[in-house]
Design a protein around this ligand. Structure first.
Ligand code: C2E
Ligand code: MG
Ligand code: MG
Ligand code: MG
Length: 283
């Protein structure tokens, strides 16, 4: 009987694996035409300074509505685009679209707002990224300090010496950088101190439970003190409640981002809600 059960289990496992592979292939094929078919858009999620309660920036997050597959989340398609190399073209589109949007808001007379763009590891390989980005900024006549670049802790630690070189080039260009999902990777303290980054983004997994779980509370507090010691700012991701907001404020976190303030929203909605007003959010 054991043998029989084992065989079924194996069959089930391979079917699940097969389904995953099929889905990945389907997505990869659909991604092929996605840029040309203009199936991508960007949503913007506001970032609020805890001392002033004002919107100080936004994160641009890609959205894909495939004509054949419907909406697919970036959590599902970004890893596939990374695997296939399609992320390079998609990543360049995200940069260009963000800078184009910044230029449009600027030409409409709104006060400057900084928008953060997520980068993938493949974009960091080679030495072209700073040139590409400064070229896009020039193309749209947008000042470098309107743009922020997010790299994950994984990217930062994968090839640290190379990453430091690229980060220095961004610093020279006047582009701010931040480390995304901080706390989930394995940054060594000696490297962290050498990364010329402006801000640490505290991963939402710690923020989620920090009001009920002592360990997560301690981790968040430790990241904030670490950032202060290194002369970096902190932003907490995934803030969903007032209790989390108040706790983060009391332990010295600079900025927050999360559903408590707003979900990521289309550009026009972001403009109506956060650019037209004096940007004061009642927190
Ligand atoms: P991320 O950069 O860490 O982005 C934060 C994610 O958390 C976003 O998911 C956002 O919608 C979600 N989020 C924000 N506030 C809350 C909250 O209060 N509660 C909860 N539960 N979630 C919240 P999204 O948009 O699905 O993106 C997922 C990931 O996909 C991003 O994580 C990022 O790693 C990647 N991604 C998104 N856009 C891009 C892009 O343009 N390029 C690259 N390379 N990666 C991207
Ligand atoms: Mg991010
Ligand atoms: Mg994150
Ligand atoms: Mg993430």
């Amino acid at each position: 009987h054991a043998k029989h059960a084992g065989k079924n289990k194996y069959a089930f496992f391979t079917e699940a694996m097969q389904a995953n592979t099929t889905r990945a292939l389907t997505l990869s094929n659909a991604l092929h035409d996605a840029l040309e078919q203009q199936e991508f858009t960007l949503h913007y999620q506001p970032q609020i300074a805890l001392d002033s309660g004002k919107v100080v920036g936004a994160e641009a997050l890609i959205r894909w509505h495939s004509k054949t597959l419907g909406a697919v989340s970036p959590g599902e398609f970004i890893p596939i685009a990374e695997e296939s190399g399609q992320i390079l073209a998609i990543g360049e589109w995200v940069l260009r679209e963000t800078v184009r949007q910044l230029q449009q808001w600027r030409s409409e007379g709104f006060a400057p707002i900084r928008v953060a763009v997520n980068l993938s590891y493949a974009q960091f390989q080679g030495n072209d990224l700073p040139t590409l980005i400064s070229g896009i900024l020039e193309e749209y006549n947008v000042p470098a300090d309107y743009l922020e670049l997010e790299l994950t802790e994984h990217i930062a630690t994968n090839n640290p010496e190379h990453t430091i070189e690229i980060l220095k080039a961004f610093q020279q260009l006047g582009i701010q950088t931040s480390i995304d999902d901080f706390g989930t990777g394995y940054s060594s303290l000696s490297y962290l101190q050498r990364f010329p980054v402006y801000k640490l983004k505290i991963d939402q997994s710690f923020v989620r439970n920090m009001t009920t779980n002592t360990n997560d509370h301690i981790i968040v507090g430790t990241i904030i003190v670490l950032a202060q010691q290194l002369g970096m700012k902190t932003i907490a991701e995934g803030v969903e409640t007032k209790v989390q907001l108040d706790l983060l404020k009391s332990i010295g976190c600079d900025d927050i981002q999360g559903y408590y303030i707003s979900r990521p929203i289309p550009a026009d909605e972001f403009k109506d809600r956060y650019l037209q007003s004096d940007r004061n959010i009642i927190i």
